[in-house]
Design a protein around this ligand. Structure first.
Ligand code: 3HC
Length: 288
């Protein structure tokens, strides 16, 4: 199957990443069923997409007709079986937990059409392991987007052990059609992006714990000294400290090297519910 035959898509999980992925698919002309079991999350996702599209209209990036057509292509639903029933491509973006993703993949395999590609937006979990939950491992692939999805140009496309070239090419072409720059990576923990990013964030947290410098100053070093748009602690707050910890656990567990051990301060903040921007407090305070 080539990507010319991808028209109908479904995004499963309507959190930050899921609603961003649905936004770019709908804007590029694809029909999108946006699935989330939680009606409040679904409502919040729909209004986030509308306000992010409005922001693009205000900045003259798109016109009002583009926005209206994108919203017309979006179909929110709390029913997974209904959402994926006629999809050519399903992108899974549920929480970054192996058991949850594996259960969702088995469910998607039962309800999506036989020809459908099942993609995961996982940041670190094995694509081969997700594929093993299905009867179609050749059609399972990683499609790792970056937050904020409408702005960030990268998509890491992750080949599982049994992913075919046809699946890879369909997804690669789709990513280009979304205006993204795909990079092909193999299925190893954290892929490329998080294998490099998370140790940097973790080291910044060690610097806080050991009192090397104040959080603001650590971020200033990386912004002014290395030209990063956000310092590592602001970025960690933006990603979510719980997500950072989950990814570090995968790197540490699956690569087995103590250089990936999560900083105890990161673990303590997650336990305390200081998860970053989404809870109003992380390394820095946030006003909603
Ligand atoms: N939807 C649509 N447009 C958006 C948007 C959104 N959600 N968020 C920002 N924008 C647009 C703005 O309208 C603006 O558009 P313009 O260029 O037309 O004026 C542009 O993006 C820049 O936004 P702002 O002017 O509001 O703010 P900044 O210039 O400070 O940029 C930022 C914000 C793009 C978030 C920038 O700080 C940045 O690039 N930060 C780093 C982000 C990053 O590293 N993301 C990756 C995280 S890792 C990840 O996602 C992987 C996971 O596995 C952990």
């Amino acid at each position: 199957m080539d990507s010319l035959s991808i028209q109908r898509t479904a995004v499963v999980g309507a959190g930050t990443m899921g609603n961003g992925i649905a936004h770019v698919l709908a804007l590029a002309g694809y029909d999108v069923a946006l699935v989330d079991l939680n009606g409040d999350v679904l409502d919040a996702a729909t209004s986030t997409i509308a306000s992010n599209l409005d922001r693009q209209v205000d900045k003259d990036r798109i016109d009002a007709d583009d926005r209206d057509r994108a919203l017309d292509r979006l179909r929110p639903t709390p029913d997974t079986a209904d959402g994926v029933a006629d999809a050519d491509l399903v992108v899974e973006a549920v929480s970054e937990t192996q058991d949850v993703k594996q259960t969702v993949f088995a469910e998607l395999d039962r309800h999506a059409p036989d020809h459908a590609i099942l993609a995961s937006n996982t940041s670190s979990i094995s694509i081969t392991g997700l594929a093993a939950q299905t009867e179609r491992p050749e059609q399972v692939i990683g499609m790792h987007f970056f937050n904020p999805v409408p702005v960030m140009r990268l998509v890491e496309i992750v080949r599982g052990q049994r992913t075919t070239d046809a699946t890879f090419e369909a997804v690669d072409e789709l990513a280009r059609d979304l205006g993204k720059e795909p990079v092909e990576v193999e299925d190893y923990p954290g892929f490329v992006s998080n294998r490099i990013l998370m140790p940097m964030i973790n080291e910044a947290v060690f610097c806080v714990m050991e009192g090397v410098a104040e959080p603001e100053d650590i971020d200033t070093v990386m912004k002014l000294g290395m030209n990063h748009p956000m310092g590592p602690l602001t970025l960690a707050d933006f990603i979510g400290l719980d997500v950072c910890l989950d990814i570090l656990e995968v790197l540490h567990g699956d690569l087995g090297d103590d250089k990936y051990r999560p900083c105890p301060l990161l673990r303590r903040m997650v336990t305390a519910g200081q998860l970053g921007r989404k809870t109003g407090e992380g390394f820095f305070p946030y006003d909603e």
